[in-house]
Structure formats: structure tokens, C-alpha cells
Design a protein around this ligand. Structure first.
Ligand SMILES: NC(=O)C1=CN([C@@H]2O[C@H](COP(=O)(O)OP(=O)(O)OC[C@H]3O[C@@H](n4cnc5c(N)ncnc54)[C@H](OP(=O)(O)O)[C@@H]3O)[C@@H](O)[C@H]2O)C=CC1
Ligand SMILES: CC(C)(CO)C(=O)C(=O)O
Length: 295
């Protein structure tokens, strides 16, 4: 039986853990920081629940002989890599594959030296998920997940057989990651205004979103991504067409007083832009303002 450990059952991790637990032929351990009893997921087709093995410390994994595993799925925020490290030290063996599930374009960099590159699977997720409380999750649409093509990518896709989420490999992961980052870069406007998706109907907010996206596109192209000229329009129209009360994860973090993934979602555009001599003043400004607002 394939053994898996998911670190960080929050909005995304909790949603994925709930779906993985439906299979019954996977040995799933969920590594939690804030304990809860079971997983309860609200989906577009109703409620799905699961009661997988929940473990609260790496020491318990060792005591119960639950490591190493075949797969580790890391679903913590980018700012929690240090706190997740002790889990990895216990869970990862020479043949363990590690899926890094997060927004941004720096999945490999975050785990360089801790996971062999051929065993690391960067994962881009595109479905909105919220966690009203520990163990409770809301998936507004099934969306999709993409991983690079290859043996490890194909094995990751196979984990989600039978799941309603569209999970597949891609031969152009760089473009997929930068296209998603364009959506996330614009999401800084939600965090700045403390307003959900409906703020995109404001012409001024929409214009700032498009400027943030345009900078992301220029840098992404310099990084080798294929990105269309109308992504900014697509992003704004996507926010306008979606539920006006939808809260993205950056806004959720700021509203909850948690750290924000600013460096992974907007700061990276500035950093990679500097490498290519591309000015990114809008992303630099919103990073500075959100850091100041949260300080
Ligand atoms: N939410 C969304 O709609 C989407 C999010 N993403 C991306 O997915 C990634 C995850 O985001 P999201 O699920 O929203 O984040 P959440 O904050 O909802 O979940 C992160 C989870 O990780 C847990 N965690 C943190 N450190 C540890 C640790 N040391 N041990 C165990 N658990 C730990 C947190 O625990 P605790 O409960 O104690 O805080 C929390 O449950 C991010 O990169 C995000 O940008 C991508 C697409 C959509
Ligand atoms: C905007 C959204 C929900 C799209 O999946 C996202 O990526 C996030 O909230 O971090």
C-alpha cells in the first residue's frame, strides 16, 4: 500500500487530504500543528468527510513506525517552511517523493538540498479553498492541479485517481506556474483593500490588478514562460465573474493577522525582474505597503 504524509492540512492541504482519504487504498497520515478530530469538506456537490490518521509531532511518527513514507505532500504556506522541516527530516527516506504544493515559482528552491531534485514534484493548484476552522474546509469549485511531466509527475497524478479535481501533468510547467502567479500577484489588491473578489468591479482596483499582472507577464516571459497579452484582462474578468465574497489566501492571511506570502507571490516578481533588468514598481510598492500595513 502506498504510504503518504500530508504536512499542513489547511485550506488546500485539508481539501486534498479529504479527497485522498476517500480512496481507501492509500495509507495516509496527516501531520497537523493545530489538532482536530476529522476532516469536513464542503464541495460543490455536498459534504465529504474523512477520519485519517492525524499526528501532531515527528516524534510520534517515529514511535509508531510511520516513517519514512513513499510520498510527502507539503501544503504549508511558503512562510512556514522552517516549521515544517522537522517533519521532513523524519518522513523522507532515499526513495521518498516530495510534492511541494504552493503558489509561486520557487518550489524547488525552497527545498534544495533537502530533497533530491528527481524526487521533488512542484505542484500548482488552481481552485479556491477556504478553512473556516481547524478541520473544516470549503472548496468552491474543483479546478485543476498541474505537475511537470515525467515519472514522478505521473505518479503524483495517479494518487488522485477518482478525485473530481482535474489533476494532470504538463509539458510547460514554467508557463503554468507564471500564469497562476499572475492571478496571485493581482490578489495583493484584495489583501491591500481587505476586500474579497468583488473589489475587482472597482475600476481603480482593476487597473492596479492589471498593472501588477503586466509586470508579472514581462518577468515571466524573461524567465521562459509563454504568456498571452490579455492575461490582465482575463484575471480581472475572472475575479468579476466569480463569487464576490471569495477570499483569496493572501487576504485570508492578512485578515487573520497571520504572516503573508508576499515574497513568494509579489516579491519574487521584483527579485526576478531585477535579475532581468525589468522594472516592477507596482509589485514593489504593494509589497512595501502590505508589509507596512501588517507591521
Ligand atoms: N487557499 C487557496 O484557495 C489556495 C492556496 N494556494 C496556495 O497553497 C498553499 C497553502 O495555502 P492554504 O492551504 O490556503 O494555507 P492555510 O494557511 O490554509 O494552510 C496551511 C496549513 O499549514 C499548517 N502548518 C503550518 N506549519 C505547520 C507545521 N509545522 N506542521 C503542521 N502543519 C503546519 C497550518 O496549521 P495551522 O492550522 O496551525 O495554522 C495550516 O493548517 C499556499 O502556498 C497558497 O498560496 C493555492 C491555490 C489556492
Ligand atoms: C486566487 C486563488 C484562490 C486561486 O486558486 C489562489 O490561488 C489563492 O487564494 O491563493
Amino acid at each position: 500500500m502506498t504510504t503518504l504524509a500530508l504536512i499542513g492540512p489547511g485550506a488546500i492541504g485539508g481539501t486534498l487530504a479529504t479527497w485522498l482519504a476517500q480512496r481507501g487504498d492509500l495509507d495516509l497520515t496527516v501531520c497537523v500543528r493545530t489538532p482536530f478530530e476529522r476532516l469536513v469538506l464542503e464541495t460543490p456537490d455536498g459534504e465529504v468527510t474523512a477520519t485519517p490518521r492525524l499526528v501532531t509531532s515527528p516524534e510520534i511518527l517515529e514511535e509508531r513506525g510511520l516513517a519514512p513514507v513513499d510520498w510527502v505532500l507539503v501544503a504549508t504556506k511558503a512562510y512556514d517552511d522552517a516549521t515544517a522541516a522537522p517533519w521532513l527530516k523524519t518522513l523522507v527516506g532515499p526513495d521518498t517523493r516530495v510534492a511541494v504544493i504552493r503558489n509561486g515559482v520557487e518550489h524547488r528552491e525552497a527545498f534544495a538540498g533537502r530533497v533530491a531534485d528527481e524526487n521533488l514534484v512542484p505542484v500548482i493548484v488552481d481552485f479556491p479553498a477556504e478553512r473556516p476552522g481547524p478541520g473544516v474546509f470549503r472548496q468552491r469549485r474543483y479546478g485543476w492541479i498541474r505537475v511537470p511531466e515525467g515519472a514522478a509527475g505521473e505518479a503524483f497524478v495517479a494518487l488522485f485517481e477518482g478525485c473530481p479535481i482535474d489533476v494532470a501533468t504538463t509539458d510547460d510547467f514554467v508557463s503554468v506556474a507564471w500564469r497562476k502567479l499572475a492571478l496571485n500577484a493581482a490578489g495583493a489588491v484584495n489583501a491591500m483593500t481587505l476586500k474579497p473578489s468583488g473589489v475587482a468591479h472597482d475600476p481603480g482596483a482593476a487597473a492596479v490588478m492589471k498593472t501588477l499582472v503586466a509586470e508579472c507577464v514581462a518577468v515571466g516571459r524573461a524567465e521562459g514562460a509563454t504568456l498571452s497579452d490579455d492575461i490582465g484582462e482575463q484575471v480581472v474578468e475572472g475575479y468579476r465573474a466569480g463569487p464576490p465574497d471569495m477570499v483569496n489566501s493572501l487576504l485570508a492571511d492578512r485578515a487573520a493577522g497571520r504572516p503573508m506570502e508576499l515574497d513568494a507571490r509579489n516579491g519574487v516578481i521584483v527579485r526576478r525582474g531585477e535579475k532581468h533588468g525589468i522594472a516592477t514598481p507596482a509589485n514593489a510598492m504593494i509589497v512595501a505597503l502590505l508589509n507596512a500595513a501588517a507591521g
